[in-house]
Ligand binder design. Structure first.
Ligand code: SF4
Length: 340
């Protein structure tokens, strides 16, 4: 199990509760961007190209708490930018814990050892550490020699101190499946709780545009990577989403499932496409249909997108929304284990 039972139960209760009440559109994970400034310059990132006055802005912790209270999601993923740079981050996280929200703080971990004393292990809180692959792959991806070594040392220290630790890996179209598998082996050996994986998304602002995956290539690549999985690999994803990545399960996007709240407000229409901002999650829901999103829609950005922010909520809603969805997930889990 990639997450503690209490977290799995909270999410299941929340999703089943919405399903029983007939609520069709609800958020699962609030993606929080409390600043855009970062201490790295990763090739696939579309967030750090803002002008200096924007990069220097910091979201007050009260705004972050008001956003989670308004949307009601049971989980929050704090990204950016680099959250460890934000001066109010320890208090912001404590406020989410007080509200019984499960938090993943997505960090490149370059300054984690300097900041780690400001945080305490808690079942609601997990470091989600960015590691794009084995040492040479990660260092190239984040444009910094030695970044992998620093991140690994930070993971070891956080695990030693009893923190929940997960990793985030973005897989680009130039990935070598064998090296990705080696990366999974190395990562699990560090004692992390689970790994998150995602195909790259072509942000228009990202420095390198030739590394992103087309949908067919995504499926081929993930089939190679995830065939015969090592039994030690634990993914922080539902079995249905992993099956989707391998082309064994069809889903349509759930763009309201992982809504993004940043220093500008709620980003519309989804975490990956930016067409401005609205003040409330309710307003986001009201305007979303006009964009015709997803694989069956008309937006060119959606054509090849298979990102977890759009499709993991689809898988989770399927699993907890019907008996059939639960059976599908059980079948995908059995298939995954059989091949291990
Ligand atoms: S398919 Fe991807 S880009 Fe399109 S709405 Fe869904 S998550 Fe956003």
């Amino acid at each position: 199990m990639a997450v503690p039972i209490s977290q799995a139960m909270t999410v299941a209760k929340y999703a089943i509760g919405n399903s029983i009440k007939g609520v069709k559109r609800y958020p699962l994970v609030m993606m929080l961007e409390p600043l855009f400034q970062c201490n790295l310059n990763c090739v696939g990132c579309g967030k750090i190209q803002y002008p200096r006055e924007i990069l220097e802005k910091r979201m007050p912790k009260e705004d972050a708490w008001a956003a989670i209270e308004e949307c009601g999601a049971p989980m929050v993923s704090i990204a950016g930018g680099e959250p460890l740079i934000h001066p109010e981050m320890p208090e912001m996280i404590q406020g989410f814990i007080d509200r019984k929200k499960y938090i993943y703080m997505c960090t490149n971990a370059q300054i984690l050892l300097k900041k780690i004393d400001l945080y305490k292990p808690n079942k609601f809180f997990s470091f989600g550490i960015h590691l794009d692959g084995v040492e040479e792959v990660h260092d190239k991806s984040v444009n910094k020699l030695g970044a992998h070594k620093i991140a690994v040392e930070a993971i070891e220290e956080a695990v030693k101190r009893g923190f929940r630790v997960t990793t985030n890996t973005t897989i680009f179209n130039n990935a070598d499946p064998e090296l990705v598998r080696k990366h999974f082996d190395e990562t699990m050996a560090l004692g992390v709780e689970g790994m998150m994986i995602s195909p790259g998304f072509p942000y228009e602002k990202a420095a390198s545009q030739d590394i992103f995956l087309e949908r067919k290539k995504t499926v081929e690549l993930f089939r190679k990577i995830l065939s015969n999985p090592d039994p030690k690999w634990v993914f922080n994803h539902s079995p249905s989403f992993l099956a989707f990545l391998k082309g064994e399960q069809e889903y349509e996007c759930t763009p309201w499932g992982n809504p993004c709240y940043s220093i500008f407000g709620w980003q519309k229409p989804c975490y990956l496409i930016n067409d401005g901002y609205v003040k409330t999650y309710k307003e986001l829901l009201e305007c979303i249909d006009q964009y015709k999103l997803g694989h069956n829609g008309t937006r060119p950005e959606c054509k090849d997108c298979m990102l977890h922010s759009g499709y993991e909520p689809s898988a989770v809603c399927d699993i907890f929304g019907s008996f059939g969805g639960m059976m599908r997930a059980a079948k995908h889990m059995r298939n995954f284990k059989k091949r291990a």
